[in-house]
Design a binder for this molecule. Sequence first.
Ligand code: CP
Length: 307
Amino acid sequence: MAVRLEHLTSIESLTPQLSNEVLDKADEFLELTRKPIVKLDHLRGKTIINVFYEASTRTRTSFELAGKRLGADVVNIGGSASSASKGETLRDTVKTLDAMHADAIVIRHPASGAADYVARHTRASVINAGDGMHEHPTQALLDALTIRRHRGKDFRGLIVSILGDVLHSRVARSNVKLLKMLGAQVRLAGPGTLLPRDAAALGCPAFDRVEPALEGADVVMMLRIQRERLGAALFPSLREYSRVFGLNAARLSLAKPNALVMHPGPLNRGVEISEDIADGSHSVILDQVEAGVAVRMAVLAFTAKPS
Ligand code: CP
């Protein structure tokens, strides 16, 4: 790997060229991992510690698989099973892991900015696996890889509509940055209460109805309603939300006939996306999951220090 990434705490850690190099490498890894021999040795002798203070199925499992497929030693610690549950600070936990000579720390945390904070207190490379409402950069990279594999490497002119709870979504924030950097046109839509006040600052048109955002879209990216971050009620009911903002066949018909339907998961079936669309012919949701392992392999390889 000619170029190295020190940390990946935000899409801002990347340039267009580096993003494409990471995606090219992830594409190679995806093809390799489809073959029966999947054990590679790029990270032999390295130690990766996955520290997850929030629930996760996809991200945690794929980082573990990614590290192991590249030959690393991988250790997982979770919030309730760690000394954080006894009152240890994040700083002390990180310094402890640093003293054990971790090469990479993968961190998911409910606080926005936690990944950058961790990066300031360790010599390890830090990879953000989702920090509060801030960013989830490997999710955006795996989404970009999925789009690329279906639509080619040139994102210019592609219309990507990101719909739903944009306000609370680190997935949306990372995707806006990466997709725009790669040349796509990004639209945002959702209830006015779930759109960020700084939508204009993100440089995308924002709509408080989903229909105008769906018209002619190449990619429809649905976001989960983040009940754990909602606090006060920001829309009348889940049934009302589904009726007005959920993706169903009638709404999807406004997009291009071959539009891709994406969702980072976990899905609230029947709320932001109907059953038939989640499992239908436009859906590439499981392709996203497959791309997740390959992208995390590539990111771990790019952040690894030479031995
Ligand atoms: N998309 C995503 O981050 O899913 P998990 O919460 O299952 O990791």
